[in-house]
Design a protein. Sequence first.
Length: 315
Amino acid sequence: MTQVQLALGAMHFGTRLDERASFDLLDRFVAAGGTVIDTADCYAFWADPSGHGGHSERVVGEWLARRPGMRDRVLLSTKAGAEPVGDGEWPANREGLSATAIKAAAEGSLRRLGTDRVDLYWLHMEDRSVPLEETAQALSQLVESGTVARVGASNHALWRVERARRLAGANGWADWTALQLRHSYVKPRPDARVADQGHRFGWVTDEVLDYVASDPTVDLWAYTALLNGGYVREDRPLPEPYDHPGTARRLAVLDEVAAELGVGRNQVVLAWLTGGAPPVTPVVGVSTAGQLEEALAGVALELPGELRRRLDEAA
């Protein structure tokens, strides 16, 4: 079976989506060749009256427990650093990235997921109150113990990732080999604040693309690839920062390409991401079987060179 270049986003499993709906999507995803499931220890604390996460990991763990042999068929991606742990308001009360916090977060994720290992462990957000040396060494210890296979950084400034990688190299620690940032075909105005994006360094930039393209050991993942339905749903228009001439031109070309291929906007966007240089792994959260089928069709779609060129040159 062909492996699907798509990470199934499990953010809403256990909160917006109940166990039955979550299990159905997971089953369909794997049946279609999907292997990568992306979650986090903090998902989805904002949707629970207690103000704490863990719901998504618990649902994925229960699904694995009820599917003998499934753990060896899928890759688990989870994150640490953003779960609320103390009094006060988020993000001031988040767990952070100290050695103690990382160890506790990893143990909690393993317990909820019902596994002895995580295939890709992400730092969910920066914690500049902790020295990078401490964070990098704590992550390396997880890799050395076999608890974690790979380490990645989400919503981190690129210079800090590079500095951490240099520290890791100098000390023989595990390298950071993945980036997870927000990215899609259309972009907001430069320096505009997008209401649903609170991470200052949570965006793919030209510098990020160049960095990844120049280093084949680093993978790039993109969240919010479909802009929360903004490409296709009238009830979810693109946020105001996307309202500029560049968006209008890109959407016009997107519609032209979609019409020529006989597919929808979302499918073209996913094909554009996965087939580009460098290739990008989209993290797509879905709530229905139809949305999942559309996403799978998108990552399976190959854009002809001329159509990709037209998409790239629209600005």
